[in-house]
Design a binder for this molecule. Structure first.
Ligand code: MG
Length: 160
């Protein structure tokens, strides 16, 4: 059994789409980044990379590399899952928390869970996504950005 933790944050700006957990969410502002800036999927990538001792997302998909410009974070998470599989690990479960002031995400969370379960090739019951505000405090409270935290456990594929 391996455990990994991931954290990411991205800045909110106008004229960008807000994509969280692979779901496009209607909003006045979206996240800026080299990829689609899906902060939730990035935190999950880092959690999986951490669990297998493979550094971080920036090391695997550098933002200096034009190959990753505007790439869907779905592709990054699937590649990370495949790297874990080559190391002999599959996802046991994933839990994540998004922190943002608005919009409210409740109605979009089931679609995020379904996407993540699909990308990680696990049943939806092994994926949990939560959303919290930051009670108006700090950069998140001011609406300047969104953060995500993720924890995953992996199990050896040899135990199947
Ligand atoms: Mg990121």
């Amino acid at each position: 059994m391996r455990i990994g933790f991931g954290y990411d944050s991205h800045r909110l700006v106008e004229e960008r789409r807000l994509i969280l957990g692979g779901v496009e969410i209607p909003a006045e502002m979206g996240l800026i980044g080299h990829s689609d800036a899906d902060v939730l999927l990035h935190a999950l990538c880092d959690a999986i990379l951490g669990a297998i001792g493979e550094g971080d997302i920036g090391g695997h998909f550098p933002d200096s590399d034009p190959a990753y410009k505007d790439i869907s974070s779905r592709e990054l998470l699937i590649r990370v899952k495949e790297l874990a599989a080559r190391r002999g690990y599959i996802v046991n479960n994933a839990d994540a928390t998004l922190v943002l002031e608005r919009p409210r995400l409740k109605e979009y969370i089931p679609a995020m869970v379904a996407n993540i379960a699909d990308f990680l090739a696990v049943e939806a019951g092994r994926v949990n996504v939560k959303a919290s505000t930051n009670e108006g405090m700090g950069f998140i409270g001011r609406g300047e950005g969104v953060a995500a935290f993720a924890v995953v456990t992996l199990k050896s594929s040899r135990d199947l």
